[in-house]
Each structure stands twice: as structure tokens, then as C-alpha cells.
Design a protein around this ligand. Structure first.
Ligand SMILES: Cc1cc2nc3c(=O)[nH]c(=O)nc-3n(C[C@H](O)[C@H](O)[C@H](O)COP(=O)(O)OP(=O)(O)OC[C@H]3O[C@@H](n4cnc5c(N)ncnc54)[C@H](O)[C@@H]3O)c2cc1C
Length: 468
């Protein structure tokens, strides 16, 4: 493929391949390698289930996603996989949401956009031309390495990029796609992530009636479970990897949770999927690898599933955004979703007053909603955790949720592992691509492309094309 490096990989289909992580990228890579004839694949997973950040749980007969939720128009590879591994999925445009201006007043989210639609349309055309001039047409997650001159032109944050090219009218779209998905504020996230995730076609789709945003019904983790089932590779769960040495081949030293025994297995090739900055104590990274991966940074993301007596204070939509504290108060609740009402398309007065609360077969009078918080301080630290729980319960009180019970709370570490502007403009993403295979290792998953399910699938296909 023009403009990309050729990539080294496993030398023969008989090579023993170790994949670390049974999230979407690891499972998908195993499936694709198996299709290409590789037979000796073992996946090592630290948790007791497959799926990584796609965890889904069935509550009150509805799949509630504790990780991955939405799709945009650009998710063609994901949609192909959903069709291929269909276990009853349905993809629908997201229902119109509400944005709370303070604890009492809300507006339809579309009415809170501060820029007239015509100006967004004009800016979107300029963005399309600029994107084409900078990167041409490419059919992958990552465009071929741009020249140093282009990298200079896209240096800095998304906000700086939009200002530099008179594109600030697109700010609401980038804010929705990047900031509201936990990918950082526009003045801190590198422009390159905006340019790769929010492509011109994604921007244009926001201007269409469905607003370019879709949701999967059926549980994202079920996609992963199905890929795991059909690829039929050896997946070892509850693994605690102590060390990975790559002196002669690949040696994996590991234990099993709840067992004191240490095991050592030898492989010919290694595929790493977790955030590379989470592996510094595990993998014998060399100076070259460390010189790139040590720049990575990440945030944290929390979802709490909470039952409370229905309805409390509600807008007209089961999909709410709260922006009044979001910018200034870390871990303020900034989004809530009521998956049950969302799946049943219950909006307007019916939703607001809880008039169709008991349509589910269990007849429960509770609402089950998901509360979303994000931040940069480590949520496992006791003081940070105390702050998180305080913010959560303040929110529940403000919105008059009675008798709230936390059904489940998930803290995601290493959310959006990303290169800050300087490293990104220095070409870190392409440095990783150039390094693929050199040390008997492929680096895949969110930290080397972008933390979205389509991105990690696309990146796998790119690696496999460059390897072929
Ligand atoms: C709350 C949340 C919401 C999201 N929403 C969306 C969305 O709406 N749309 C979207 O496209 N994407 C979304 N994402 C991102 C998407 O889920 C990820 O991009 C995707 O799961 C990345 O897949 P992965 O395989 O690279 O990594 P992961 O899913 O993180 O999987 C990595 C796996 O490696 C395992 N692992 C880690 N370290 C080790 C170790 N040392 N040893 C063994 N195993 C290890 C982990 O347990 C995990 O199973 C969301 C993520 C979160 C957390």
C-alpha cells in the first residue's frame, strides 16, 4: 500500500503466537490470523471474561453497556462484523437528547448549538478541502505518514487547529464527538486525533437528520463473545502476567488468579493489545519502544448503574447531558442514560412523568439508569473515590432520585491512552507503525490508534494488509 511501511510479522503459520488481552482488538486479530491459516494462537486475559472495554450486562431484560456504546457513520468495519457475528443486534439512530443548562432547566441538545447550521455547513466544506489537501484519500484508520510540513501545520490541540484554519464553527461537532465521549477537552487533545476520528464524512453526517450518531442494541460484549466462540482459539482467563521476555523468542511468565503457581510458556511472536503505558512493568520494552510509549497519557472513565424510584426530575429524553459543572469539576456526572426507556423509544411526557415505566416484564417500579463520570485523577485513590461518590450522590439528590441503589459501578483505567500534542506532531503514531514487527511484536489496540472500536478493528486490518 502506497505511503505505508511493509510490516514484519510471524514467519510461518506454524509459529506460536501469544496475544495479550481478549478485548475487541485481540479477539479480532486472533480471528483474522486464524482465517489466514495461523493455528497456534493463545490469548492471555487478566479478567474473568472476554470483551475488554465492551462489558455489557443484562438488567431488566435490556443490555446495558458499561463500556462501548455508540457508532458513527464511519463504522463500516464494525457494522460488517456486527452483521457477520449477528446475535440479534440492532443499530438505530440515537434518540434526540436533552442538555441541562443548570440543575433545573434543560433544552433539546440541538437547540444548544451556538452556531447557525449554515455556518457549520460552510465550515464543513472548508474542512473537507483542507483534509483532502493535507492527507489525500486513504482507506484506513491512519493515513500514510504526513510530511514534516503537514505535521507542522496540524501541530497543537484540536482547538488550536480549528482556530488556525478558521474552522471554529465546527467546534460544537468536535466537542460532541471528542469531549463528550471522554476524549479530552479540545484545548488539550492533539489535533491529529480530531482529524482521524472526526473525518469530513463524520462531520457531514452530523448535519443529516439522524445527526450521524447511532447506538447498538443487543450488548457490545456479545459481539466479542461471538468472535471468541467462532475463532475457537485457546483463551486463558484470570491470568496474571508477571513478565514477558523477548530475548530468544517470546517467553511469558504468568500465574493464575487465586493460585500460587508460576507458569512459563514459550512463543515465537507477541501481540500486545492493552494500553502500552500499562505494560511498563510487564514487558521488557527496549529503549526504542520506551522512547515512544513513555509519552502516552490517559484518563479514567466511570459508569454507575443505579436503581431509583421512578421518575425523579427528568427531561423529555432518556439521554441527558449536564454541562454546567463538566469543564470545572472533575468527575461531575455529565451524562445519564436510561437504557430501558431508550430501547423502548419512550420520550416526551411519557418519559418525563414515568408513565410507561412498567412496560418491562418484571413490572418493577424502579428506573435503572447509567451515570457517567470522567476525570484524570486515579479513581482508585481513596480521596478521589470519595469525591466521585460525593459527586454521584449530589447529582442523584439534585435530580430527586429516591432510594438510589448502586447496582454496579465500573471504573475504567487507561481510558483514551493518547499522545499529547508534541509527541503526536513528532509522528508518534507512525513511529509505532514503522516499529511493528521489529522486536517480534505487534502493538495493536487503542493506545496506538484511537480508543474507539472501529479504530482498533481498522488498525488490525491495516497491520494485516501491510504484513501480507
Ligand atoms: C466507558 C467506555 C465507553 C466507550 N464508548 C465507546 C463508544 O461509544 N464507541 C466506541 O467506538 N468506543 C467506545 N469505547 C472504546 C472501546 O471500548 C475501546 O476502544 C475498545 O474496547 C478497545 O479495544 P482493545 O481490545 O484495544 O482494548 P480493551 O477493550 O481495553 O481490551 C484490552 C484487554 O486486555 C486485557 N488486559 C489488560 N492488561 C492486561 C495484562 N497485563 N494481561 C492480560 N490482559 C490484560 C484487559 O482486561 C482487556 O480485556 C468506550 C470505552 C469505555 C471504557
Amino acid at each position: 500500500m502506497q505511503g505505508y511501511p511493509r510490516i514484519k510479522g510471524p514467519k510461518s503459520v506454524h509459529d506460536r503466537i501469544a496475544i495479550i488481552g481478549a478485548g475487541p482488538s485481540g479477539l479480532h486479530m486472533a480471528y483474522e490470523l486464524k482465517k489466514r491459516g495461523f493455528r497456534n494462537i493463545v490469548i492471555f486475559e487478566s479478567r474473568d471474561e472476554v470483551g475488554g472495554k465492551t462489558t455489557s450486562r443484562l438488567y431488566r431484560n435490556v443490555w446495558v453497556d458499561l463500556g462501548t456504546v455508540g457508532l458513527t457513520e464511519s463504522y463500516d468495519k464494525t457494522v460488517d462484523l456486527l452483521e457477520k457475528f449477528n446475535t440479534g443486534f440492532e443499530v438505530r439512530p440515537t434518540l434526540p437528547g436533552a442538555t441541562w443548562l443548570n440543575r433545573k432547566e434543560y433544552r433539546p441538545t440541538t437547540e444548544t448549538i451556538p452556531v447557525p447550521i449554515e455556518r457549520i455547513q460552510q465550515a464543513s466544506q472548508r474542512y473537507t478541502v483542507l483534509h483532502q489537501c493535507f492527507f489525500g484519500t486513504y482507506d484506513s484508520e491512519l493515513m500514510p505518514r504526513p510530511s514534516p510540513e503537514i505535521l507542522r501545520k496540524i501541530h497543537g490541540s484540536i482547538e488550536e487547529f480549528l482556530l488556525r484554519y478558521n474552522l471554529t464553527d465546527l467546534q460544537p461537532i468536535f466537542y460532541t464527538a471528542i469531549t463528550l465521549n471522554g476524549y479530552g477537552f479540545l484545548n488539550e487533545t492533539s489535533a491529529i486525533y480530531g482529524l482521524t476520528f472526526v473525518t469530513p464524512s463524520v462531520v457531514q453526517s452530523f448535519l443529516r437528520p439522524e445527526r450521524g450518531a447511532y447506538r447498538l442494541f443487543g450488548g457490545w460484549q456479545n459481539l466479542c463473545r461471538e468472535i471468541a466462540r467462532r475463532s475457537n482459539v485457546d483463551i486463558r482467563l484470570n491470568i496474571n502476567i508477571k513478565r514477558i521476555n523477548r530475548k530468544n523468542g517470546v517467553q511469558i511468565v504468568y500465574g493464575k488468579k487465586h493460585s500460587g503457581q508460576t507458569y512459563v510458556d514459550d512463543f515465537d511472536f507477541l501481540i500486545l493489545t492493552p494500553a502500552m503505558n500499562s505494560l511498563f512493568k510487564v514487558v521488557d520494552f527496549n529503549q526504542h519502544e520506551l522512547s515512544i510509549f513513555s509519552h502516552l497519557r490517559n484518563s479514567f472513565y466511570l459508569k454507575s448503574v443505579i436503581n431509583s424510584i421512578s421518575p425523579g426530575r427528568r427531561s423529555f429524553s432518556p439521554l441527558d447531558t449536564y454541562l454546567y459543572d463538566f469543564q470545572n469539576v472533575e468527575y461531575s456526572v455529565y451524562r445519564t442514560v436510561n437504557p430501558h426507556q431508550l430501547e423502548n423509544n419512550i420520550t416526551g411526557v411519557d418519559y418525563q412523568l414515568g408513565l410507561r415505566e412498567n412496560v418491562d416484564p418484571d413490572g418493577s417500579q424502579y428506573e435503572t439508569s447509567v451515570y457517567v463520570q470522567t476525570g484524570k485523577s486515579n479513581p482508585w485513590k481513596p480521596d478521589v473515590d470519595a469525591h466521585i461518590q460525593t459527586k454521584l450522590f449530589e447529582h442523584l439528590r439534585d435530580f430527586k432520585k429516591s432510594n438510589p441503589q448502586v447496582v454496579e459501578q465500573v471504573k475504567w483505567g487507561y481510558y483514551f491512552p493518547n499522545f499529547p500534542p508534541e509527541a503526536a506532531t513528532g509522528g508518534a503514531l507512525w513511529d509505532v507503525l514503522d516499529m511493528q514487527g521489529h522486536y517480534n511484536t505487534w502493538y495493536i489496540g487503542s493506545s496506538v490508534c484511537f480508543d474507539a472500536i472501529e479504530s482498533v478493528f481498522e488498525y488490525n486490518y491495516l497491520i494485516l494488509k501491510l504484513f501480507a
